[in-house]
Write a protein that binds this ligand. Structure first.
Ligand SMILES: C[S@@+](CC[C@H](N)C(=O)[O-])C[C@H]1O[C@@H](n2cnc3c(N)ncnc32)[C@H](O)[C@@H]1O
Length: 247
């Protein structure tokens, strides 16, 4: 499963769900508030910008945003909303691609660092973020906490979410630190729609070490964008890394 094959035209065209799910105001507003605050007076760079779910409202807030994105169909979908002058996008891999200029903020949300399937690529992604930042700039990552406590010995699959018409199931390969997310969407008929994506899951402590290798230090970690405490029960985190001023 290559990322280019997953984020194809069909996925890109059905990605946006205006007003609901990841596009709900209660999800997006705190995200954009926090990112705008972290960008300050500077420019922001979104790794894996997708269809602009976050970038478009952040740009509307007055923060100049640039993106890097691997999938041409996802960029095409973004272009139905904003032009190149409003949100420039570099087609390429967030672990290696270069966007022009320097930024006060680089951000990578919605678990997307885990779409890089090796530790080496994930470290390269941190180093690429560092290369784009001004001194004192910040790299923000939103990532889920691996749910291995829910995986009994001998079992490979964990249901991470279920609601009427939807079941989300992760299958784990613990030796390789990989999982595949299976999203089943269905109605009363016998047909179900399946979207699958492979990931390399990362513990917060490993993420911090990757950050350190790229010259960052952890500035803050919260359970959500509104600043809730990160605890042993948190399912996700928003981690803010900073290049110490003077480095
Ligand atoms: C879950 S979507 C997130 C999109 C957007 N950031 C959002 O929050 O809605 C994952 C995105 O990552 C992109 N992607 C996956 N691997 C990538 C890589 N190595 N470099 C750049 N983009 C990548 C996919 O094409 C897809 O647009």
């Amino acid at each position: 499963m290559r990322q280019e094959d997953i984020w194809d035209a069909e996925t890109a065209q059905s990605y946006d769900t205006p007003g609901v799910g990841m596009f709900a105001p209660e999800v997006l507003e705190p995200t954009v508030d926090r990112l705008a605050e972290l960008a300050g007076e500077g420019r922001a760079l979104e790794f894996a910008i997708g269809t602009g779910r976050v970038a478009v409202p952040l740009a509307e807030r007055g923060v100049p945003v640039t993106g890097i994105e691997l999938s041409a169909p996802m960029i095409d979908q973004l272009r139905t909303k904003v032009d190149e002058a409003t949100i420039p996008v570099i087609a390429g891999d967030m672990a290696t691609a270069t966007a022009p200029g320097k930024y006060t903020l680089v951000y990578l949300v919605f678990n997307t660092i885990s779409n890089l399937l090796t530790q080496a690529e994930q470290v390269a992604c941190f180093r690429n973020a560092a290369r784009h930042l001004l001194p004192g700039g910040r790299f923000v990552i939103e990532l889920w906490v691996p749910e291995l406590r829910k995986l009994p010995s001998g079992q490979q699959a964990v249901v991470f979410h279920s609601e009427p018409g939807y079941i989300g199931l992760d299958t784990y390969d613990i030796v390789r630190q990989q999982l595949v997310s299976h999203h089943f969407t269905f109605d009363a008929s016998r047909q179900a729609r399946l979207f699958r994506s492979p990931h390399r899951y990362i513990w917060p402590s490993e993420l911090d070490l990757m950050a350190q290798l790229a010259g960052f230090e952890l500035e803050s970690r919260h359970a959500d964008w509104a600043g809730a405490d990160f605890t042993a029960e948190s399912r996700s985190h928003v981690s803010v890394y900073r290049i110490p001023p003077g480095n």
